[in-house]
Design a protein around this ligand. Structure first.
Ligand SMILES: Cc1ncc(COP(=O)(O)O)c(C=O)c1O
Length: 548
């Protein structure tokens, strides 16, 4: 591949404006950008020469003038061909150009994600210089969000604006590719000594390791994976019912999703005595004071959510945990509504158990549960009697976990690196994860602010939960009810007009009842994540303006 073959079309990108050279004449910054793109192109070509196995057949070059963007074919003569790579799987795709440039900094050494992109030479290659465009910040944001949306093919294959992400997020290409690659190359039984089995076993083990890092639980606990958060919590409730003395007091938050209520309530009057931690009837919000009172009589477990899946509020988990621990209770936190928006930090929160759904965090349909070592040690998981108790995760994973799902979980690392502007071939780093979630928060903050501003401006609408748009207080899951119109009518009208939102109780049945709402009609919920756009929010507002 000759440099000219790439540079020529690159220059051609600006041909309609008289060519890059002439169009940037007299504009030194544009000239600098042009040379940067050419330098980057040269680097990419050199890298491609050294990495001929890389399957990526196209790469995108940004027009230096930022007026247009086109895909430049590279190695069009080499279409993607699945190879028989059972022993040594081929790399999936090259790391994509990150939307935010930031060079990797050395961090704690961990095993590289070599099974996802096992071309180890990539770790030494310089990142493509994909500086976020400078200048007009609205335009720069537009380009960034466009690059992010390109990672999620499903967003672009529907006319509907996907604003129901609290129900389940889209998966980026990196996750889908990882699942596909696993199934085509290393889909064998775990635990044997033959090479492919060794690889598969490592994939599953590494997925546990990765999720543990994602939750910041390294060194203090383990992660069990399962079909869903509901199934993991149900199992946990049953395990505690076996382990605790009959009649143990379990404090259960009324405002949570039923998945962290039902598993405790089903043993009420037998193994447990369930005590309700209710929301204030005046404000509709929970209070720490109430928990302080409840634990005075003693408690074995306190179960509550990190954020309500209706309110989108950020609850003070660390403070609640401190109160519960003061009374000698374990805490079981449902982090499902929190996890798509902020980096989970079980270490900082000091929680005993923390559960989230991986399919709402841009991954495959699974659930993940962190447990402190001592918490795992006090219960016996449901797996067979001969599985040692010390095999904490596996003791919980009756029949094992989805192997291809584990591969998909590992694929998420690539998307997080993409957001953080770091090289996915580098070692896993907690800082990268935190940075990626900070990027998500930056993108989501103005979207939630705009929607809340609009809803607050209407006197016929009631926002359910805090009306604050402050990202320190809430995530971008926003629910409301209308004075006269049923939630069903609003949501269904919106759906017909191409806005993918939902209505109902969202399994927070008891919260709806506590707020005096009919659970069947419940609330209208709009849940935004980092691939949503201001345009989608404005269009929804336009619809609400005409429909309400
Ligand atoms: C806050 C919350 N907790 C728990 C769950 C249950 O998760 P899963 O579907 O993984 O069982 C959900 C699902 O929507 C949820 O929103």
């Amino acid at each position: 591949m000759e440099l000219n073959m790439v540079c020529a079309p690159l220059r051609g990108l600006c041909a309609h404006r008289g060519g890059c050279d002439s169009s940037t004449r007299g504009r030194p910054s544009a000239h600098r950008r042009t040379s940067r793109v050419l330098r980057r192109t040269r680097r990419m070509i050199d890298w491609r020469k050294k990495n001929p196995d890389c399957r990526r057949a196209m790469f995108k070059v940004h027009c230096a003038s930022r007026r247009c963007e086109r895909r430049v074919p590279y190695a069009a003569d080499r279409p993607y061909e699945p190879r028989d790579t059972r022993v040594k799987p081929a790399p999936l795709t090259c790391p994509d150009t990150p939307p935010f440039t930031r060079q990797s900094t050395p961090g704690r050494a961990r095993a590289p994600v070599s099974r996802i992109c096992n071309n180890t030479s990539m770790s030494t290659r310089p990142l493509p210089d994909a500086s976020a465009p400078t200048g007009d910040s609205a335009a720069a944001d537009g380009v960034r969000i466009q690059r992010i949306r390109e990672q999620f093919p499903a967003i672009n294959s529907t006319q509907t604006a996907l604003l129901d992400n609290a129900g389940g997020s889209q998966a980026p290409r990196a996750v889908a590719d990882a699942i596909r690659d696993y199934m085509l190359n290393t889909y064998v039984q775990l635990g044997a000594d033959y090479d492919v089995s060794v690889q598969s076993t490592q994939t599953v083990q590494r997925a546990h390791d990765f999720v543990r890092l994602l939750m910041n639980g390294d060194g203090i606990g383990e992660v069990a994976l399962g079909a869903s958060s509901s199934s993991l919590l149900r199992t946990l409730g049953d395990c505690y019912a076996d382990a605790l003395p009959a009649g143990s007091r379990i404090i259960v938050a009324e405002w949570g999703h039923e998945s962290n209520i039902g598993p405790w309530v089903r043993h009420d009057g037998k193994a447990f005595e369930v005590v309700w931690w209710r929301v204030s009837r005046e404000t509709g919000m929970p209070r720490l004071e109430e928990l302080r009172e409840l634990v005075k009589v003693g408690a074995a477990v306190v179960a509550f959510p990190h954020a309500s899946n209706l309110f989108g509020d950020l609850f003070d988990v660390a403070a609640a945990t401190k109160i519960a621990h003061g009374a000698g209770a374990r805490v079981v936190v449902d982090g499902v509504a929190f996890a798509p928006h902020r980096a989970i930090d079980v270490r900082a929160l000091d929680v005993d158990w923390y559960v989230y759904s991986t399919y709402k965090v841009y991954g495959p349909h699974m659930g993940a549960m962190f447990g402190k070592k001592e918490a795992f040690a006090e219960i016996t998981g449901p797996n067979h009697f001969f599985i040692p108790r010390e095999a904490a995760s596996y003791k919980f994973e009756l029949g094992g976990v989805s192997h291809e799902g584990c591969a998909g979980l590992l694929g998420l690392w690539r998307h997080l690196c993409f957001l953080a502007g770091e090289d996915a071939a580098g070692p896993w780093r907690r800082q990268t994860i935190e940075l990626a979630f900070e990027r998500m928060q930056e993108i989501e903050a103005p979207l939630q602010a705009r929607l809340i501003e609009y809803l607050s401006s209407r006197n016929d609408v009631r926002i359910i939960g805090p009306a604050s748009a402050d990202p320190a207080e809430r995530v971008s899951t926003i629910s409301f009810v209308h004075k006269a119109k049923p939630s069903r009518e609003i949501a269904q009208g919106a759906n017909r007009a191409g806005h993918g939102i939902r209505f109902g109780h969202f399994y927070a049945w008891r919260l709806c009842e506590a707020l005096g709402l009919q659970p069947e009609d419940g609330v209208v919920r709009v849940s935004l994540v980092h691939y949503n756009t201001m345009d989608e929010v404005e269009r929804l507002i336009g619809f609400l303006d005409s429909a309400l």
